[in-house]
Design a binder for this molecule. Structure first.
Ligand code: SF4
Length: 454
């Protein structure tokens, strides 16, 4: 819950009644309103006492801190979530996905994982990929570990997660990579040696066995002035994962419990060795609040499942997913291509596009802008009607793209056929199947009909 302007005002000079205007605003209340909306810095009021400033900073701090790992376009920003459940609003910051490698891995294994860090998937007009690489020191040799860190930095711009029990290994790797803003993972055994040598702005992961131990370590790191924290309660099973993540989020959002008010990391790689099990845990982590998820390895199929799950969970449920409203070409569409029309609801588009590709026949697909409504919903609200379809056919000059004049309507709106023929004189309106799965067969039959008529 954001801080209220009235509560902020009470902590301003003379209980918010000084109204000296030196901050550039007409009243203290106007200043309080701007502070509540993050539109002005507290520094602008030079009369604030240190005590009031500290109180205000505490009041304005989000219940789950915002933490950035990495740099530039591939930086991962996690935390600052506002709700327990997606239907209450939306989940804001997709978890960072990380691949793990160790300094004892073979050359081939490291090269294969580096190649996977470059994999990309484009869906719903967004390109996604793995964001981070978790580098584990298994050798205990600081130079060998630093060499892996250097190599990974040279070959990928993914963010880094540094994992080493030995403080010297961790510090050498941190020095080599701090320009990349890595996430440095510490434990109760090594934090005292490591924490004092880190920049105060460093991103630090508190790794522990259990929630209490993680909260305890986070508290100690806070006392040392490190505030960009990530929590790892060491969840070792699906049940642990769901319990730990739920308790952390509830403690942060509902009880404002500061030692747990941080984003989290989940090591699926440590909780399961079987790749399918790891994938299951990772998807559960996506759905259940994990801020970063670390996997040992992924197949191309698992890669797609992970990225799709992340995109679906972190899509605003209040906004229908859409694709651009335009004419899409499939299978080298030429002047003989069949012309289909549907709406720009993303799920409809992907179902139709997939089956159209499967047909191996040339097709133009017109996606009319319905604000992301599916065919029936758009028809019932007057957004996918003969007038709007005809307007798109004319606007996109579809008649110039093909030598025939046949347009295929979705089967669910067969009733529009007559009126659409009135709107598009000279066009033959055909009724396609109701389900996208029946499109390949329909398109084959349409082609046969055309060939025999020719
Ligand atoms: S400078 Fe401070 S005291 Fe003066 S009006 Fe602004 S908020 Fe109020």
């Amino acid at each position: 819950m954001p801080a209220k302007a009235s509560d902020i005002q009470k902590l301003l000079p003379e209980s918010g009644k000084k109204n000296c205007k030196e901050c550039g605003l007409a009243t203290c209340f106007a200043f309080a309103m701007k502070v509540a909306n993050a539109g002005i810095s507290l520094e602008k009021c030079t009369y604030l006492s240190a005590e009031s400033k500290a109180q205000l900073e505490d009041m304005l701090r989000p219940p789950i801190s915002l933490v950035t790992i990495g740099q530039g376009a591939r930086a991962v920003v996690i935390g600052d979530e506002e709700v327990m459940f997606r239907h209450q609003k939306t989940f804001l910051r997709p978890p960072g996905l990380a691949l793990q490698m160790a300094d004892t891995d073979s050359e081939e294994a490291v090269a294969a994982k580096l190649a996977k860090l470059a994999w990309q998937m484009e869906r719903l007009e967004k390109v996604s990929r793995f964001d981070l690489v978790a580098l584990k020191c298994s050798s205990g040799d600081s130079k060998r570990y630093a060499a892996l860190v250097q190599r990974v930095m040279a070959e990928t711009d993914a963010g880094l997660i540094l994992l080493a029990d030995n403080a010297d290994c961790l510090l050498l790797a941190y020095e080599a990579s701090k320009a990349r803003n890595p996430l440095v993972c510490v434990t109760a055994d090594n934090y005292l040696q490591v924490a004092s040598r880190l920049d105060k702005s460093a991103a630090v992961c508190a790794r522990a066995a259990g929630l209490e131990a993680a909260a305890d370590l986070a508290g100690k790191l806070l006392e040392l002035g490190l505030e960009n924290l990530v929590l790892d309660p060491g969840s070792a099973s699906l049940a642990d994962l769901v319990r730990d993540q739920t308790m952390i989020r509830r403690a942060a959002l509902q009880h404002k419990f500061r030692p747990l008010g941080f984003p989290t990391i989940f090591f699926a790689a440590a909780a399961a060795s079987d790749p399918d099990r790891q994938l299951l845990l990772a998807v559960a982590g996506i759905a259940k609040y994990a801020g970063i998820i670390v996997l040992d390895d992924v197949s191309p199929e698992a890669f797609q499942v992970l990225l799709m799950a992340r995109q679906d969970i972190y899509t605003d449920p209040r906004v229908a997913p859409t694709v651009e409203s335009k004419v899409y070409s499939f299978n080298e569409a030429d002047q003989s291509a069949a012309v289909l029309v549907t709406t720009n609801f993303a799920l409809t588009y992907y179902a139709v596009a997939g089956e159209t590709e499967n047909s191996k026949l040339p097709v133009y697909l017109l996606c009319q802008d319905t604000g992301g409504l599916c065919v029936l919903a758009a028809w019932s609200t007057g957004k996918f009607v003969p007038e709007t379809i005809a307007e798109m056919v004319k606007k996109q000059a579809v008649a110039d793209k093909v030598t025939h004049k046949q347009l295929v309507l979705p089967g669910y709106v067969a009733r529009l056929k007559g009126e659409l023929e009135d709107e598009l004189p000279g066009w033959e309106i055909l009724v396609g199947p109701r389900e996208a799965a029946d499109l390949p067969k329909f398109l084959q039959e349409l082609k046969k009909r055309r060939d025999s008529a020719a």
